[in-house]
Design a protein around this ligand. Structure first.
Ligand SMILES: Cc1ncc(COP(=O)(O)O)c(C=O)c1O
Length: 479
């Protein structure tokens, strides 16, 4: 069996490489190496179903390497001699970052409308906010892979503020929401499995899933319903390899908030197809009046296996403390199995520091003052944005249901990238073009609502002035 498989893969690899790079098939020695590694891998994994998965992975790797061979050094220009994983893309700077660095090197001051780091947004953090981190409890190392019980109970209390009743036994702590995604992908997916992700949404999904050898399959939000969720669009993308559906509520950047009916529809879809629902609710505290009537968390309306994500980085504006959480709901058997497996992953890393876990109840209580300032900042900037746009109908605000960002629809004669570059180089304003978030059409700009109000207003004025010129070009046509 093993020999047959090894021969089969040699033939497939040669075919794959020839097809992608004619005349560039690896020398027989390298093909022999591939065969040998298949042999080693397959004997170590005796089951035929696993052997097939290994073969598919090896052939895909050979294909990718062959296609890479056509661009030595990839985009970064670095030609590495040691083979590396294709899960990790090369580090590349986009054109906007290159242009921004060049301007900053010339000492030109820019208005940055992309800043989303609360600790650099001019908010007032109380001097004694981090005092609880110095408590004696932090000197004792007695790790619990799911997180210390008192910390998990504090998360339960946090979720109770949003109307959900979650037993601390169903809470798992991680160092960040990104790490929570990584843990979930490890537990829910095999390499090559799929998770469904909303578009437009958080750009990190593709990278986070890719790092776990999982495919992020986009499902569109409905542009005609204010980028609302559409369970039909999700169901249409389910395949035999789908393992989970991700929703983000409030969504970054559109601010979309799930209604109770949305939650029930997505949950039913997950139950029908045997999928987990991962709800990124990091912005739950920043719902706006437009979300009135919608449940704060999916936990109150879901019936399938559901994992709600939250964390300190948004809840109290303290990303540097590195603590996030997963709250698991749904049928008991599924939930217990997931929690057991998460415990095993957590035990392998034990990544959350003891001092922050011990201090969590106090930090959550004290951090409320930061949260209140963020809410006030977002509300002020939104009001200022509406005032500015009232006199400039060419730029339209997509009314958000929550979150820290605003999405603007702008007229453009060129691409979003050209517009963003023009704003940067001629008007010295930094914005994110919609394509960073995979908006399906142009032209959209995304601005952060955390920016200091005076800079925010000046930045918006410059956007309006720049897009007024674009609008004129559109109405006058080519000369
Ligand atoms: C939707 C969403 N999820 C998660 C995160 C990151 O959270 P963490 O800092 O806990 O990894 C962000 C950060 O902007 C986000 O926008």
């Amino acid at each position: 069996m093993v020999v047959v498989l090894a021969l089969l893969v040699v033939a497939l690899v040669v075919d794959a490489v020839e097809a992608l790079a004619p005349g560039a098939a690896p020398p027989p020695g390298e093909v022999g190496l591939v065969g040998a590694s298949v042999h080693a891998a397959v004997t170590a994994h005796a089951r035929p179903s696993q052997a097939w998965t290994i073969l598919v992975d090896i052939v895909q790797t050979a294909r990718t390497r062959a296609s890479d061979a056509r661009i030595p050094g990839g985009e970064s220009g670095i030609v590495a001699l040691v083979p590396r994983s294709h899960r990790v893309p090369g580090l590349t700077l986009n054109r906007l970052s290159v242009a921004r660095n060049a301007l900053q090197n010339q000492g030109i001051s820019l208005i940055d409308l992309t800043g989303s780091n609360p600790t650099r947004a001019g908010l007032r953090y109380p001097d004694d906010l981090l005092g609880p981190l110095a408590g004696r409890a932090g000197l004792d190392y007695a790790p619990d892979p799911r997180g210390l019980l008192a910390a998990r109970a504090a998360v339960g209390a946090e979720l109770a503020r949003h109307g959900a009743s979650v037993d601390p036994g169903r809470v798992v702590l991680t160092a960040s929401t990104s790490e929570a995604y990584a843990f979930l992908f490890k537990v829910l997916c095999d390499p090559g499995d799929e998770v469904l992700v909303p578009v437009p949404s958080y750009p990190l999904f593709e990278i986070l899933s890719g790092l776990e050898a999982v495919r992020a399959v986009p499902y569109p939000l409905d542009p005609h319903g204010g980028w609302s969720y559409d369970a039909g669009a999700i169901a249409a993308r389910v395949t035999a390899r789908t393992r989970a559906v991700i929703v983000v509520s409030p969504n970054n950047p559109t601010g979309t908030v799930l209604s109770a009916a949305d939650v029930r529809a997505v949950s039913a879809c997950c139950t029908t197809h045997g999928l987990a629902l991962i709800a990124d609710e990091v912005f739950v505290d920043y719902r706006l009046p437009a979300a009135t009537g919608h449940p704060p968390t999916v936990l109150t309306d879901t019936t399938c296996l559901t994992i709600s994500l939250g964390g300190l980085s948004k809840a109290v504006g303290l990303p540097q403390l590195k603590l996030a959480w997963m709250a698991v709901a749904g049928p008991d058997r599924d939930a217990r199995d997931l929690l057991d497996r998460l415990e095993l992953v957590g035990d392998s890393f034990l990544s959350v520091g003891t001092p922050i876990q011990a201090a969590l109840p106090a930090i959550l209580a004290r951090g409320a003052v930061v949260r209140d300032q963020i809410r006030a900042r977002v509300a002020d900037n939104l009001a200022s944005l509406r005032r500015h746009l009232a006199a400039s109908p060419a730029v339209q605000l997509l009314e958000p249901g929550g979150g820290w960002t605003a999405v603007l629809r702008v007229p453009s004669t060129g691409s979003e990238e050209t517009l963003a570059l023009d704003l940067l180089e001629r008007h010295h304003v930094v914005v994110q073009p919609g394509y960073f978030y995979d908006f399906p059409s142009e032209a959209w700009l995304v601005v952060s609502l955390l920016v200091e109000p005076e800079s925010f207003a000046r930045g918006i004025e410059r956007i309006i002035a720049a897009t007024a010129m674009e609008s004129d070009k559109i109405t006058q046509g080519p000369r």
